[in-house]
Design a protein around this ligand. Structure first.
Ligand SMILES: Cc1ncc(COP(=O)(O)OP(=O)(O)O)c(N)n1
Ligand code: TZP
Ligand code: MG
Length: 222
């Protein structure tokens, strides 16, 4: 395996769906399959929060969702849990500032995809130096999907990162919907990452497809 290229990473970040069992009343497999049908381009398994599966149940669910992603040719990223990612041979890992050190994670995962959360220029620079393939920046807008989220920064944070010379692929996260995806893309993101816009939608398929359309339209305009 070789490292994903920056261009390929940017393509993959277009509509990055994140989900775990606490994010929907419907079975996770059903929501993910509908979202994949709607065109999500990357998936993150984020099993945390009230009622989240643990241990063997968590690993078994991860593998079921991973199989679904494989069927659609969509890379499967594990949030936080580097051990699980290695055990099931996931395509990558996402870690934040309070998780395992990104440099150590890169050493452990070899060429797998490494995503790192960044909230400012300093963290973005450090993530790049640690070998991140992309950074997740947010929350851009207020979110109800993460209890310990920082204050929303607005799309201007993306502009500030780009103006400071941050060239690494960026996915924006937090409160993003098909209605605000365009301004986020115009501010400098390569894609959008969402939980509730897809997982809480009565039609995850339609929600994913609307997001993809908004991201593609914004890309054409650049
Ligand atoms: C794409 C993406 N961006 C940011 C995050 C948030 O990561 P983190 O700050 O570690 O918070 P948790 O998601 O672990 O609660 C993410 N998961 N994905
Ligand atoms: C995991 C995470 N990290 C920053 S905001 C957020 C939650 C995003 O969820 P939503 O798309 O429902 O606002
Ligand atoms: Mg984390």
């Amino acid at each position: 395996m070789t490292r994903i290229t920056s261009e390929e990473m940017k393509e993959r970040l277009a509509v990055y769906f994140i989900m775990g069992t606490p994010n929907s009343e419907k079975p996770a497999e059903q929501v993910l399959e509908e979202a994949l049908d709607g065109g999500v381009t990357l998936f993150q398994f984020r099993e945390k929060g009230p009622g989240a599966f643990k241990g063997e149940d968590k690993a078994a669910l991860a593998q079921r969702l991973q199989r679904l992603c494989r069927t659609y040719g969509v890379p499967f990223i594990v949030n936080d849990d580097v051990e699980l990612a290695m055990a099931i041979d996931a395509d990558g890992v996402h870690v934040g500032q309070d998780d395992e050190d990104a440099r150590r994670v890169r050493e452990k995962i070899g060429d797998k995809i490494l995503g790192v959360s960044a909230h400012n220029v300093e963290e973005a620079m450090a993530a790049m130096a640690a070998g991140a393939d992309y950074i997740g920046v947010g929350p851009i807008y207020p979110t109800r999907s993460k209890d310990d989220a920082n204050e929303a920064q607005g799309p201007d944070i993306l502009r500030r990162l780009r103006e400071a010379g941050i060239t690494i692929p960026i996915v924006a996260i937090g409160g993003i919907t098909a209605d605000n995806a365009r301004e986020v893309m115009e501010a400098g993101a390569d894609g959008v990452s969402v939980i509730s816009a897809i997982a809480s939608s009565p039609s995850p398929k339609a929600a994913a497809s609307r997001l993809l359309e908004a991201v593609r339209a914004a890309r054409v305009k650049r």
